[in-house]
Design a protein around this ligand. Structure first.
Ligand code: NAP
Ligand code: MG
Length: 471
């Protein structure tokens, strides 16, 4: 049992002003795994005041000072990596290998990247007679989701620290443990009091208080479209910058060549990773109509090969995060059946032999692009396969979405793969499986307006000042 009842405010772990707790459930067992405190508006005021007070000094620290602190955080993060992974397993049900692998690695990757970017970042630049300064924007509110909990926190708080901002983090109630460990890491690394603050609690309470707070300059939000819109509305009267990283319904285009079956297999098993709870998941798999039977066979084999079970065991997929998420995914599977989509793997209910825990069957449908299951983000292990006639058709289907977060193209002809990548209206396009911590991550259209990762993530926390007649 984890008792994480204190917030981190002004360099200390402190109790909330009014004691109120909530249980956290382990999605694999449906049992209570620990407790957190739920903060109130007065706690937000306290944390924002601490961040405001710390800003003048922190914003003036040198690049070297901040690099040293990030290196100290890195050493501490390395030391506590295994604990961090166990926390992620417990809070959101990631399988052990994934939690100890990619989940924790994304955190250290963003930290290492922030250090690399900070070493080179141009805080000042001469353009003609003008001196351009890139200054920290001020007090930032960081509001994160549960699906890749450490990734989401790392990708915000390390660039914010690196650019000289101070911050208040509001982690998700469903996955609050990893953020609490990060607060301990930041504390142990000796980050000055007030620079980093963390409050647990409800988005409706803490998130709203942060979004409307006159002393908050900027909000970086990752989560659902609906909440992103609410935050922007709440932030408008005080003219805050609001960076939104929202949902997706990204297309994975597989080209018609000898690698089709292999590429369909990779696309299917990748999509099921993290139980399909990835905003950038290639949840629409586009395959040539002419090869549909080959594609169905490959997707079915890949989906059926995804083992599902206890995160502590050796399974590819654990549960989804919560009962609410489980029910939502079941509704979508039901909807797919009602819409007449062809079910080729998985389906309703839990996988055989699992009668406890929020486990979902790796599910694949074949449908057209105009069904609800092809248009709405399901955020679970449900893949929709769609046929295309030719490349123009594939591109049109891929772009026929309200979202535009990611896209994927796999095929043997790299020049064709590249050309299709250029035509996709989305921010993050994987060509034959590329990955890069320095590449910008973020969405077109309703997938948001922000760009995180690498140097691009720094700019979210920067105000630009022009000193005219400087030279
Ligand atoms: P969510 O419901 O939008 O919650 C995200 C965060 O916002 C949580 O910390 C939540 O607090 C908080 N929140 C809720 N209501 C709020 C309000 N009125 N004001 C301010 N904050 C509020 O999203 P989710 O269900 O956790 O995550 C799934 C969604 O995130 C999916 O749509 C997915 O695509 C998206 N996502 C996007 C990216 C990306 O980078 N583009 C990455 C990951 C996930 P609680 O703790 O109370 O819920
Ligand atoms: Mg939610």
């Amino acid at each position: 049992m984890r008792d994480y009842l204190n917030f981190y405010i002004d360099g200390k772990f402190v109790a909330p002003l009014e004691p109120r707790t909530a249980n956290v459930l382990n999605p694999a067992t449906e049992e209570v795994s620990g407790r957190i405190s739920l903060g109130g508006i007065a706690d937000v005021d306290r944390a924002v005041a601490a961040a405001r007070a710390a800003f003048p000094a922190w914003s003036q620290t040198s690049r070297e000072t901040r690099i040293e602190l990030l290196l100290a955080i890195q050493a501490e993060y390395e030391r506590r990596k295994a604990e961090m992974a166990d926390a992620i397993m417990e809070e959101m049900g990631a399988p052990s290998a994934l939690a100890h692998g990619f989940h924790v690695y994304l955190g250290s990757g963003h930290l290492q990247t922030a250090i690399e970017v900070l070493r080179e970042f141009k805080f000042e630049e001469q353009r003609g007679n003008t001196r351009i300064l890139r200054e920290p924007i001020g007090v930032c509110a960081l509001i994160t989701p549960w699906n890749w909990p450490m990734n989401q926190v790392a990708v915000k708080c390390f660039p914010a620290l690196a650019t000289g901002c101070t911050m208040v983090l509001k982690p998700p109630q469903l996955a609050p443990y990893s953020a609490q460990i990060l607060a301990e890491i930041i504390d142990a690394a000796g980050v000055p009091a007030g620079v980093f603050n963390m409050i647990q609690g409800s988005g409706a309470v803490i998130g709203t208080a942060l979004s409307t707070h006159p002393e908050v300059d900027m909000i970086s939000f990752t989560g659902s479209e609906g909440v992103g819109v609410t935050i922007a509305q709440n932030a408008a009267p005080t003219v805050k910058r609001v960076c939104q990283e929202l949902g997706g319904k990204s297309a994975f285009i597989v080209l018609d060549d000898a690698s089709l079956a292999a590429n369909v297999g990779i696309a299917t098993s990748t999509m099921m990773g993290n139980s399909g709870q990835t905003c950038s998941a290639g949840s629409r798999l586009l395959v040539p109509h002419a090869r549909m039977q080959d594609a169905i066979k490959a997707a079915r084999e890949a989906a059926e090969a995804v083992t599902v079970g206890d995160p502590r065991g050796n399974f590819a997929m654990g549960p989804v995060v919560s009962k609410g998420q489980y029910n939502l995914i079941q509704e979508y599977i039901q909807k797919g059946l009602e819409e007449g989509a062809e079910l080729i793997a998985g389906g309703p209910g839990r996988p055989e032999g699992l009668d406890k825990g929020y486990y979902v069957r790796p599910t694949v449908f074949v449908s057209s692009n105009d069904t609800v299951i092809a248009r709405e983000e399901i955020f679970g292990p449900v893949l929709v396969m769609i046929g295309y006639h030719d490349i123009d058709d594939a591109v049109a289907i891929a772009n026929d979405s309200l979202f535009g977060l990611a896209g994927y193209v796999s095929g043997e002809d790299i020049s064709q793969v590249r050309a299709i990548g250029r035509r996709l209206r989305a921010g993050w396009i994987g060509l034959n499986g590329g990955f890069d911590f320095h590449a910008a991550f973020g969405g077109y259209k309703r997938s948001g307006n922000g760009r995180e990762w690498g140097e691009f993530g720094f700019h979210e926390y920067i105000e630009i000042k022009s000193l005219l007649g400087y030279a």
